[in-house]
Design a protein around this ligand. Structure first.
Ligand code: M6R
Length: 612
């Protein structure tokens, strides 16, 4: 939800800022803007619409400034418009601010400032911040660095979440930043420093990063950075070297990030299981200090997440329950956090989040900690907020996921949860060793089988071109096939704007079958031989009512006739979702393409949902 970039150094700021925004556009794309210090004046260029509008905005490329801040917006307060675009300035035009997050008490602050004679040009919550800074600056602050002091005083007035960057023509040699519940990293260069909402945005320039903590301030100069805690006590911070490849966040010849990421799934799985799963040996999670005694003490595991990550949790539940014999409950983070769940020290709470920044997931984690449970984060982003809150972290190594629609993160999460379940089962001795070894062999074989599934791309493209004009679609499955159906349905909804629903196959005739009529598309996932006859009967029921059917299966269904069948390789049913979801991802992708939509940046969405 909103991306921010900052730069101070020895080169022109504008290209760095605009390139960074292009990388962060997945976080929001309602409007974009920059503010730079040019000849000791703040110059702002901004407009509604995509970051590309900045590329050749009149005058922007003539700006020589080497200090600036930038923003790409996902609108919360106020519709996308020039006035509501960031950066925002105070009434005296001395302070410019970009903000990611939400200021919950902005109405009160606005009333307070209005009474003091300030006026507002936008409907945003953010515009109170530069004016509050100006208010405290002119009133006077008890701090040697009056710029930092004024920002600190203003921040103390704020309720909500924020990652902020501030520049001022009164202090042309620095950018001041602070964060709370919204991500922010600093990239350290030679005679230059960078600020960004995430690492890939500036990874092309440096691999040395400072990961800012909640309530931490940084005053960023060209040649050094000073860090302060929430009381403005200065401290020293360690640099973290990020070994990602900068090109991992580029399209590498693919038309869209989503398609690239779908194709990266074999590699993502290989990386995620590497060093953790070795055949003939016990699984290994090096930094996970979980003991057999602790696992034995558990009476419940919760898996909590949002969207696709929650769908991965549903698949993970099956593996943990089957292999470890511990009851698992899966919940949506935004529900869990407000429903007073029964949790104590005998509960392990697992939180899944690709970004590690999802507001509801973080709040749900903090709740479990307060109730005395241990928390385990499953995330893809190194150093993300969730890793700093959780007792334990295990990473998926899927590489940066840029497309808003999650694909490789999902399959990596499912494989990681399965390996974790095997690891727990080995510690507990809760499942037959030979069977665990068989499962491990199947997991090791997944990347090769995924390559085979990806060969069905052309078939899925052809099917998509036949069904892309549909208004409704239904996805059916039983057991983990149902969980995959849920994920397939979400993919279709979010990138092709077709209404779709997922149903447990047996549930359809308890109401929803009334909606099935001639020509409607029903997509069935059938990978569990024990459940296949039942699922086939359910699909026959919709065929008799005129539905067109697409079936994704790992079985020979020669005796039954469906309109389209996509065959995938067989594997253990605990991990079949990793294979069966891929045709659904490809289908959603090609429906969206055929409709001419922006696959990577679907309307109304953003990659990380850092607001409630
Ligand atoms: O970063 P997270 O995994 O916490 O994100 C959770 C959801 O917002 C995310 O999975 C969302 O549902 C995807 N856009 C779906 O493709």
């Amino acid at each position: 939800m909103c991306g921010i970039v900052g730069y101070i150094g020895n080169k022109k700021a504008v290209p760095v800022l605009v390139n960074g925004l292009h990388c962060l556009e997945y976080r929001g794309y309602d409007s974009a803007g920059i503010a730079v210090l040019e000849n000791n004046k703040i110059v702002v260029k901004k407009d509604k619409g995509r970051v590309a509008n900045l590329d050749n905005m009149p005058g922007i490329n003539d700006l020589e400034a080497s200090i600036g801040i930038a923003h790409t917006r996902w609108a919360t307060h106020g519709k996308p418009s020039m006035e509501n675009s960031h950066p925002h300035m105070d009434n005296s035009n001395q302070f410019a601010v970009v903000h990611n997050g939400i200021i919950e008490n902005y109405n009160e602050l606005r009333a307070f400032l209005t009474e003091k004679g300030y006026h507002f040009l936008s409907q945003t919550d953010t515009e109170v911040i530069p004016n509050l800074i100006h208010y405290h600056y002119t009133k006077g602050v008890d701090c040697e660095d009056t710029f930092l002091g004024a920002i600190h005083a203003a921040v103390n007035d704020l309720k909500g979440s924020y990652a902020l960057e501030v520049i001022s023509n009164l202090f042309p040699d620095r950018v001041v930043v602070v964060r709370k519940d919204s991500p922010l990293v600093l990239g350290k260069g030679k005679e230059e420093n960078y600020v960004a909402s995430d690492i890939p945005a500036v990874l092309a320039y440096t691999k040395d990063f400072y990961l800012l903590e909640d309530n931490e301030y940084a005053v960023v100069y060209q040649d050094h950075v000073q860090f302060y805690d929430s009381n403005l006590v200065e401290h020293v911070k360690e640099v973290k070297v990020i070994e990602w490849d900068a090109t991992a966040a580029e399209k590498n010849g693919y038309e869209d990030f989503m398609l690239k990421e779908i194709h990266e799934q074999p590699m993502a799985i290989r990386e995620t299981i590497k060093n953790r799963l070795n055949l003939g040996e016990k699984c290994l999670f090096k930094d996970l200090a979980i003991t057999k005694e602790y696992l034995q003490s558990l009476n419940k595991i919760y898996i909590v997440a949002c969207g696709t990550a929650m769908h991965a949790g549903l698949v993970g539940k099956d593996a943990i329950e089957k292999l470890c014999k511990i009851p698992v409950e899966v919940d949506i983070a935004s529900e869990f956090r407000y429903r007073d769940p029964i949790i104590d020290e005998k509960t392990l709470c697992i939180y899944i989040s690709q970004s590690g920044e999802t507001a509801d997931t973080l709040a749900a984690l903090k709740l479990a900690k307060r109730k005395g449970a241990k928390t385990l984060a499953v995330t893809n982003v190194i150093g993300s907020s969730i890793t700093r809150e959780a007792d334990y972290t295990v990473y998926t190594y899927a590489g940066p996921e840029i497309a808003v629609a999650s694909t490789k993160a999902y399959t990596s999460q499912v494989v990681l949860l399965t390996v974790l379940a095997v690891y727990f089962a080995e510690l507990l001795g809760s499942y037959e060793e030979a069977k665990l070894e068989e499962l491990k062999t199947e997991i090791s074989g997944l990347p090769a089988k995924l390559e085979t599934v990806l060969e069905e791309e052309k078939t899925l493209k052809d099917i998509a071109e036949k069904i892309y004009t549909e208004h409704d679609m239904y996805f059916l499955g039983r057991g983990s096939d149902y969980h995959v159906a849920m994920e397939g349905s979400l993919k279709v909804k979010e990138i092709s704007y077709i209404h779709s629903e997922a149903y447990a196959s047996g549930e359809l005739k308890h109401g929803t079958i009334a909606l099935i009529e001639n020509g409607i598309t029903v997509i069935g996932v059938l990978t569990n031989p024990e459940l296949t006859p039942k699922s086939i009967s359910n699909i026959q029921e919709v065929v008799s009512r005129g539905a067109k059917t697409l079936v994704v299966t790992n079985q020979d269904l020669a005796n039954v006739s469906f309109d389209y069948v996509v065959r995938i390789p067989e594997t253990n049913s605990l991990i079949s979702p990793i294979l069966s979801v891929v045709p659904l991802q490809l289908l959603a992708y090609y429906i969206s393409k055929t409709k001419g939509l922006d696959v990577d940046k679907p309307r109304n969405l953003a990659k990380s949902v850092t607001v409630e």
